[in-house]
Design a protein around this ligand. Structure first.
Ligand SMILES: O=C(O)CCC(=O)C(=O)O
Ligand SMILES: [Fe+2]
Length: 326
């Protein structure tokens, strides 16, 4: 079986609704990071190994910067579709706008959302005009850099534990190189259309694991729906809700780091369900930063459990399986 097919087969089995179950999602305090590095690294590692999802507080990105990024995101998605369609998703490059185009292997139906992806080297022609949306490009690029910094801190802790140099992942995700392929994704899940509410099989985002090393997810209080299922509990179909909090970053390990760690750091299933009839039915926004190693980086595992593969080849196969149209 090919290196990536394994993940796809897992995903294809994940379409069931299942039930809810409480699990502890740890909140890890990054305050005084350099002085507390050892303690934080232990907490991150334990949370990653036990549940695979954790939240960060005092992560260093000012609340005002997060608020501004969300405000710009809302303004972007409020542009007419005809304007956004001038900046379409570029095939295989995780850059540009799409709407209802992501079909997850777990569900076979399009996610009920639109998204705009920012991947630095591929943005030519994809930024809306300053006249249409003043300050958007500068705000989102600054936010992308802030998210990158937090992601590299977390990855530096994992590098220590995996026996890599502390700056191993920072070099692997170097934004100055043309092969940079980390992505900031702005997400808008549509307000629930009452006519479609009861249609089975429609998810805001179907069950999946992320393809990357590490995902940082910014959510808004009151806009819930994210649920997680640790891979080791896959057969139980017991999903745990993540309560959004403006001040936290929710993190999960992706498949790339799972492979790179010889499966010591597990990636986890997650999905975004539609609200229950008594819950908020309005639009939901989130911002996801996907740390994915530069294209030319060779993913070689400490024990050699998996054959080496470039980060480019690894990612391409997963993207192709999710976006038939692009
Ligand atoms: O919007 C969310 O809360 C989750 C998004 C997500 O899992 C993804 O885009 O990979
Ligand atoms: Fe995800």
């Amino acid at each position: 079986m090919g290196p990536v097919l394994h993940e796809l087969n897992k995903e294809a089995r994940m379409g069931a609704v299942g039930h809810e179950a409480a699990r502890e999602v740890r909140v890890i305090d990054l305050a005084d990071f350099e002085q507390r590095r050892e303690e934080i690294a232990t907490q991150l590692w334990d949370a990653a190994v036990d549940v695979g999802f954790f939240q960060l507080k005092n992560h260093g990105i000012p609340a005002a910067a997060v608020d501004e990024a969300f405000a710009m995101t809302q303004r972007f998605f409020a542009l007419p579709d005809a304007v956004k369609a001038c900046h379409p998703l570029k095939k295989g490059l995780n850059a540009g706008w799409e709407s209802r185009a992501q079909v997850r292997p777990s569900t076979g139906t399009p996610d009920q959302k639109e998204s705009y992806q920012i991947t630095r080297p591929h943005m030519a022609g994809l930024w809306p005009d300053e006249a249409a949306l003043a300050g958007f490009q500068a705000t989102m690029l600054a936010f992308e850099a802030q998210a990158w910094t937090v992601a590299m801190r977390v990855l530096s802790c994992f590098a220590d534990r995996l026996g890599f140099a502390r700056d191993f992942f920072t070099r692997a995700h170097d934004p100055a190189r043309p092969g940079y392929q980390s992505t900031l994704r702005l997400l808008h899940y549509f307000a629930i259309d009452p006519a479609l509410r009861d249609r089975l099989g429609l998810w805001r985002a179907g069950a999946h694991t992320d393809f990357d090393c590490l995902t940082l997810l910014f959510q808004r209080s009151g806009q819930g729906g994210l649920q997680l299922l640790p891979g080791k509990d896959m057969d139980s179909q017991a999903w745990t809700p993540i309560v959004p909090n403006d001040a936290y970053i929710t993190c999960n390990i992706g498949d790339m780091l799972m492979r790179w760690s010889d499966d010591r750091l597990p990636s986890n299933f997650h999905r975004v369900k539609n609200p229950e009839p008594d819950e908020y039915q309005g639009a939901r926004y989130s911002l996801a930063f996907f740390a994915q190693a530069n294209r030319d980086v060779l993913i070689e595992t400490p024990s050699g459990k998996y054959p080496p593969i470039t980060a480019e080849d690894y990612l391409q196969q997963r993207v192709a399986a999710n976006f038939a149209k692009y």
